[in-house]
Design a protein around this ligand. Structure first.
Ligand code: SF4
Length: 293
């Protein structure tokens, strides 16, 4: 793992109401070694060289503390875009844990997204934050099939471990759910597996599932994805090329049907799936909601 120094940690989030009510974004690491074959963050437009190599921002905690002290408007801090803050190095580095402790101390809420079950290590801190501010934890789970998840997300724990992590979080009263994205055309766009995934999420106490019925493909991301398809799913690349060409937005062919099935199953189980409902529910979830929010 490399390390760098940074000048800033927090940046303002532009799409607050469209994306989990997040006020500020924070990345404690750069790059990700989870190896998801579809990862959008390796696209050329983000200009992250050596994306698979994790780099820690070694002075992140001292910079974060200064910025939290100086930020007059408390709010929700989003962690985990463009990298997974619970990468394997976090186990010893504990940068994410230290950052969460600061959020607890300075009265900020948090929106976390991860594929790693390491998140359960920090349940004690998350509960501390939740005493005074909203929290939402999102486990990204793209398939219920462990064998398939190991193929498409090779370096992080398999789906069943993520469901177990979800169950631990919800059993401790932490507002949590699933990011069901991306749904990969011809790979995970399967009706029965989506129904099973929703039912398992419900069993685990999830409050929501937020889906995307397709994927995006951009320069560099597309090349990497196609290389991996050739390796894992022979002849599938040709189907993508024929169906999507150079398109950015690649919806699953059966996305309308899948969406109807998804909505119907969520309604049966009581899982939230619309952004405005998820935001409203988690902002109200805090037992002692502060006027700050
Ligand atoms: S966990 Fe997220 S950032 Fe890391 S490789 Fe997978 S999709 Fe990319």
């Amino acid at each position: 793992m490399k390390s760098i120094k940074t000048n800033t940690i927090l940046s303002k989030h532009k799409y607050k109401n469209m994306w989990f009510n997040i006020d500020y974004i924070m990345n404690l690491y750069r790059g990700c070694c989870h190896g998801c074959i579809y990862c959008d963050a390796r696209s050329d437009c983000y200009q992250i060289t050596d994306f698979d190599q994790v780099t820690v921002k070694e002075n992140a905690i001292s910079i974060l503390e200064k910025e939290l002290k100086a930020t007059r408007n408390k709010g929700i801090i989003g962690i985990g875009s463009m990298s997974d803050t619970y990468n394997p190095f976090e186990k010893n580095q504990t940068i994410t844990r230290q950052a969460l402790l600061l959020l607890a101390r300075y009265g900020f809420g948090v929106s976390l997204v991860t594929k790693s079950d390491l998140i359960v290590r920090d349940i004690d801190v998350l509960k501390e934050i939740q005493k005074h501010a909203p929290i939402i934890c999102k486990l990204t789970i793209t398939t219920i099939d462990d064998t398939l998840s190991k193929k498409i997300e090779p370096n992080v724990c398999c789906s069943s471990n993520r469901f177990n992590a979800l169950e631990k979080l919800t059993s401790e009263g932490i507002f949590s759910g699933i990011m069901l994205m991306p749904i990969l055309p011809y790979i995970t766009d399967n009706e029965q597996q989506i129904i099973s995934l929703i039912r398992r999420a419900h069993e685990c106490g999830a409050r929501f599932i937020y889906p995307a019925f397709g994927m995006t493909l951009r320069a560099n991301q597309r090349d990497y994805y196609y290389e991996q398809l050739d390796r894992i799913f022979p002849n599938l690349k040709e189907k993508y090329v024929q169906q999507y060409g150079d398109a950015y937005n690649c919806q699953a062919e059966n996305s309308k049907k899948l969406y109807h099935i998804f909505v119907s199953e969520c309604q049966k189980t009581g899982l939230l799936f619309q952004m405005k409902d998820i935001i409203a529910a988690y902002m109200q979830h805090t037992p002692q909601q502060l006027k700050l929010f």
